[in-house]
Design a protein. Structure first.
Ligand SMILES: [Zn+2]
Length: 267
């Protein structure tokens, strides 16, 4: 249990860092860690103000200097990152008493890293309706590196690698068609690039689970928003967050769902 708490707290701090990065990508600043500051008055945050969630509660959601309201995005992203980190740790079968190979430790680091990239893409797409190319590009490089490392470690054979590459290519082609035939109205081109990365992360058939989840959740929330009168039928809605939520879902439950599905169709 103590390890879960430790992983959650680690996720809170990473989430705080991802908040900073997602703001700076937009401002075209460097990725280099500089002192964090209030986006309104540029007041530098003290060590106490850098503690995730806790500082937000302590300051009552306001900057200690200019009293400007701090966005709810900050504590929400921190908590969400904490939960994502715990979910990955748990789904890879880690626990404090178990033993694990160095490959398992590397896979934990890989999934934490790649989901940190996806969380930035999530925040960014939700706020600005665009997925930064650098995020997709570096995420793709890391995932290809991971596949190569798995091959080198004798975990994946050539027959395992091809379906992973195909799931990226076919998911991307499918989204390219959606983008092309709707003239960019149903799907942005950022999504075409993003799903290639998601295919590399999940492989086949988990990518299908992720896309199915994303379209179902997207339709459900879309109907809710239209019913509440917040969006119209033709409103632009960023799809990246749904795809990323679907990827997390497929990573954790994908194999269970695929087994469940096959158990039905074989009867
Ligand atoms: Zn301020």
């Amino acid at each position: 249990m103590i390890d879960f708490i430790f992983v959650f707290v680690l996720g809170l701090f990473i989430g705080s860092f991802l908040n900073c990065v997602s703001c700076r990508v937009f401002l075209e600043e460097d990725f280099v860690i500089k002192n964090s500051y209030c986006p309104n008055c540029k007041h530098r945050l003290s060590a106490l103000e850098l503690i995730p969630v806790f500082s937000f509660l302590l300051l009552g959601g306001r900057c200690s200097h200019c009293k400007n309201k701090i966005s709810w995005q900050y504590p929400l992203v921190e908590i969400a990152t904490g939960l994502v980190f715990v979910a990955i740790y748990w789904s890879l079968g880690f626990n404090l008493l178990g033993t694990f190979t160095s490959y398992q430790v590397w896979s934990l680091i890989y999934y934490w890293t790649i989901f940190s990239f996806l969380i930035i893409a999530f925040i960014y797409d939700a706020r600005h309706y665009i997925i930064p190319d650098r995020i997709t590009f570096f995420g793709t490089i890391i995932s290809l590196g991971w596949i190569a490392f798995s091959f080198y470690s004798n975990i994946l054979s050539m027959e395992n690698i091809l379906p992973i590459i195909y799931s990226g290519v076919f998911a991307s082609l499918f989204f390219f068609c959606l983008w092309f035939f709707s003239r960019g109205k149903a799907m942005g081109f950022g999504d075409v690039k993003l799903v290639f990365l998601l295919g590399l992360i999940l492989g086949f058939p988990n990518i299908i689970v992720a896309l199915f989840f994303a379209f179902t959740l997207g339709a459900f929330i879309g109907i809710l928003l239209i019913a509440k009168g917040e969006k119209k039928m033709k409103s632009q809605v960023p799809f990246g967050p749904y795809l990323i939520a679907g990827t997390l879902f497929a990573l954790i439950y994908g194999s269970d769902i695929v087994n469940w599905y096959w158990s039905f169709s074989l009867k």
